[in-house]
Design a protein around this ligand. Structure first.
Ligand code: FAD
Length: 240
């Protein structure tokens, strides 16, 4: 974990409010880890957590949606500008737990942290992506996954309906998910019914990203844990 000043290779709009940010980085990354990101002009005080979307030798990619001050400011940065990165942070996915057939399920921008995992697991994992009406990262998943199912609520692209309707849980040894809590709760319930391991990537507002401020605590069966340091990946069995 280190604080680095990194050069932007690309920061492009890929869909409505969705940007792909590529920066220079050397080091090791576990899928599911994140960085705290800040601009150098102090236009916002606290760095913002963004998950690693993809990683290639010397390039780190993030996929983010503009929400407020921080992400909007980051979206104005251009090629060759510098950004401050703090990380990699968090536990990441334990890929040893995902050696069997795995379903990777992403909802909206929640699919962002799952691409690098899909790349690492390869054809052994099938990907299910649910969007409201705007599909933005299915092509990259198709390169790596065993199969990729895309659905939209109105059926404008791919299958019509919620992503949870298209998963045959009997085919899988494990499920990994990130997205809206309502979607993840449904998936956790189905995994319990089918007795399948389930891992979720949780998003909480966080200030420090390194387990000090306790702003991102999550209630688990083993007491309170910090989403930034003990997570953001949790086994669904552990969560209340
Ligand atoms: P602010 O001005 O701080 O807030 C704007 C609005 O968004 C407010 O209503 C605020 O209450 C709400 N908000 C801000 N952060 C959160 C949050 N974490 N949960 C719920 N509501 C929030 N986003 C991505 O687009 N791509 C990613 O890969 C990604 N990875 C993340 C990984 C982790 C571990 C965490 C904790 C969050 C991640 N996020 C990701 C969310 C991202 O960090 C927030 O959208 C961002 O911090 C918002 O900052 P802002 O300054 O733009 O908005």
């Amino acid at each position: 974990m280190k604080v680095i000043k990194s050069r932007i290779i690309e920061n492009n709009l890929v869909s409505d409010r969705i940007y792909r940010l590529k920066v220079e980085f050397t080091g090791d990354i576990i899928p599911g880890q994140f960085f705290m990101i800040k601009t150098l002009d102090n236009s916002f005080l606290l760095p913002r957590p963004i998950s690693v979307h993809d990683f290639n030798q010397n390039e780190l990619t993030f996929l983010y949606r503009t929400e407020g001050t921080g992400t909007t400011k980051i979206s104005t940065m251009r090629e060759n500008d510098a950004l401050q990165l703090f990380g990699p942070l968090g536990n990441g996915f334990d890929v040893n737990e995902l050696k069997g057939r795995t379903a990777i399920i992403g909802g909206g921008i929640g699919a962002a942290p799952l691409l690098y995992l899909s790349k690492v697991l390869g054809r052994n994992a099938d990907v299910y992506l649910g969007y409201k009406d705007d599909v933005y990262i299915d092509d990259l998943f198709r390169q790596y996954a065993g199969s990729t199912v895309v659905c939209t609520e109105d059926g404008c692209i791919g299958e019509k309906g919620f992503v949870t309707e298209f998963i045959d849980y009997k085919k899988y040894d494990a499920v990994v998910t990130c997205g809206p809590e309502i979607m993840m709760n449904k998936i956790i319930e189905s995994c319990r019914e089918h007795n399948i391991k389930c891992f979720v990537s949780l998003e909480r507002r966080m200030a420090c990203g390194m387990g000090v401020c306790l702003g991102c605590t999550v209630e688990t069966k083993n007491g309170y844990k910090r989403a930034c340091k003990d997570g953001p990946i949790f086994s669904a069995d552990e969560l209340r």
